[in-house]
Design a protein around this ligand. Structure first.
Ligand code: 0X9
Ligand code: ZN
Length: 532
């Protein structure tokens, strides 16, 4: 693969920058502490304290939430006598150990880093210049099926690079963007790998995907923040746009969307890592994403806002524990992803709606795409990290990069098969009947808690009656996750539905969904968000 020569201005000495970051990990953490609380330990009082102080949840692992707390927030917890596990030292020393490990970040300059062979490229983290150079290489080497684009400019004037793959103007679009949270370094590596895997003509699964879908991929959706993590503070999460009247910089881009803006899980404090911004989409990088999804809403069949860490694949809603009308479809694809990843790496990604699987996070991307753009298959990955990889899960040891890429690509492939089956073939999911036979319990809840489904899922009465299939003979989708992509590709090949037909099907389904949601909202069965 030939790579374009990168402008000398891009070839900044990553070595010097990386060393600068290495020296600053501890001081950038300041007086903050990292604590772990299990979900069951988070009482209403604790929840309120975390909310009042705009506490930043940094990730999640093994049933525990990891929170970064300011001294004031800690004092509030202490005054309530809350017991917590202090992981600050472990977190910082893991980050330092990783940053000091050999070749943690490729430091040979953008051009040299970008032109490495696949194994070598993914054996280190890559800075923005190297990622961009690699994307330029993808475009240069595959001119007939790619085009390099941008979602728009960021506050600091950078492009949110976007690569189109296989766009013929009609196929349904699959939009993945990574790195919206700057420090989640393992995610741009995935978006880059994803593009590379799709362009690999020897990868049959990829070839099948490209027959049916157009891909749009943004490796670094928050490039200003990403550069900041490489140059100054590698734990930086937010954008770099200043806040008027505050000394604190940046907004959490995943709290800056209009849907549920300012609700639970978002902070009004500009110094918080979950600061929602002054008004929806006041961040250039989120506004650019919104413009893109608004423009292509009728063609986007699946969007994924890729995060780290904790090993999750999640569906709407994030801002409310209410369930969306498409819960059965989400459950079906969630489970397909779970199965595929487990078959590949053995990791058991947790699945389900964001709000009930991790925590409420309003004003986020997933809900906006689902609610406003009517993209049914709006999901979010949280890549592997934390736990066994050391608490520094945003940037786990580099030996995780390729396994993470591969398992997430397997998950993506399984999702695309599931989505095709539901949206193009029209095989609506069949909810599992509850024991009372009057209502339904979705498979996800039964699957997660097989022995206590009816008591704990809370869905039996919630699943809207319109999800009950009219004919009991409706097709149930057979799981194929254990077949693996190559064998699965043969099945997928058999679908053979024309691209134009597919996009029509997406549009018709979306119209139906919108009408359905309107009807449900009117009947007051679901509490949809107050839209700002
Ligand atoms: O808090 C968040 O924004 C996400 N977790 S993270 O550790 N990556 O910050 C969870 C919110 C869920 N929504 C999306 N992941 N889009
Ligand atoms: Zn994130």
């Amino acid at each position: 693969m030939k790579f374009l020569t990168v402008a000398a201005t891009l070839a900044t000495s990553a070595f010097a920058l990386t060393n600068h970051v290495k020296e600053n990990v501890r001081s950038n953490f300041g007086e903050d502490k990292l604590i772990a609380l299990s979900k069951g330990e988070i009482t209403d009082v604790i929840h309120q304290i975390l909310h009042d102080h705009g506490v930043d949840s940094v990730g999640h692992q093994d049933g525990k939430m990891h929170f970064k707390l300011s001294p004031n927030a800690l004092e509030a917890l202490d005054s309530e006598g809350v017991l917590y596990h202090d992981h600050t030292e472990e977190f910082i020393s893991n980050m330092e150990r990783n940053l000091n490990s050999e070749n943690f970040v490729c430091s040979e300059g953008a051009e040299a880093c970008a032109s490495q062979q696949l194994d070598e490229f993914y054996s280190s983290y890559q800075d923005l210049a190297a990622l961009e150079a690699r994307f330029e290489g993808f475009a240069a080497s595959n001119p007939s099926i790619t085009s390099l684009d941008s979602l728009g400019k960021t506050f600091e004037g950078r492009d949110q690079t976007l690569l189109w793959i296989g766009d013929d103007g009609s196929k349904p679009i699959v939009f993945y963007f990574c790195g919206i949270h700057a420090r989640e370094w393992i995610t741009p590596m995935f978006c880059t790998y994803m593009a590379e895997a799709l362009l690999d003509t020897s990868n049959e699964a990829s070839q099948e995907l490209l027959k049916n879908y157009t891909f749009a991929i943004t490796p670094s959706a928050n490039p200003d923040g990403y550069v900041h993590t490489h140059e100054v503070d590698n734990a930086w999460r937010k954008t770099r746009q200043p806040n008027e009247g505050s000394r604190c910089i940046g907004t959490d881009p995943n709290r800056n969307y209009a849907t549920g803006f300012g609700g639970p899980g978002a902070s009004a404090n500009p110094c918080s890592d979950t600061y929602h911004g002054e008004f929806p989409f006041d961040q250039m990088c989120t506004n650019n994403i919104k413009t893109f999804t608004d423009n292509f809403a009728s063609r986007i069949i699946h969007v994924n806002d890729v995060h780290a860490y904790g090993e999750y694949w999640m569906s709407p809603f994030a801002g409310t524990t209410n369930l969306p009308v498409d819960v059965a479809a989400h459950d079906q694809c969630n489970k397909a992803v779970y199965d595929a990843i487990k078959a590949n790496s053995g990791l058991e990604f947790k699945i389900g709606p964001v709000a009930t699987t991790i925590y409420e996070a309003s004003g986020g991307a997933v809900d906006y795409f689902y609610e406003e753009n009517a993209i049914i298959h709006s999901y979010t990955y949280e890549a592997r990290g934390g736990g066994r990889t050391g608490l520094a899960g945003f940037q786990p040891p580099t030996s995780n990069i390729m396994p993470s890429n591969i398992e997430m690509y397997e998950g993506l492939y399984a999702a695309m098969k599931c989505i095709w089956d539901l949206e193009v073939e029209g095989n609506d999911p069949v909810p599992v009947p509850c024991e009372d036979s009057k209502s339904n319990c979705n498979s996800f809840s039964c699957f997660q808690e097989p022995n206590s489904c009816k008591e704990t899922c809370g869905l039996c009465s919630e699943v809207a009656e319109e999800n009950v299939p009219e004919t009991p003979t409706q097709t149930v989708v057979t799981e194929q996750a254990d077949l693996g992509p190559l064998v699965g590709a043969v099945v997928f090949l058999g679908i053979g539905v024309a691209a134009v037909g597919a996009i029509m099907a997406v549009m018709v389904h979306k119209m139906g969904k919108q009408q359905n949601q309107d009807a449900v909202a009117n009947e007051g069965k679901l509490n949809h968000f107050e839209l700002n």
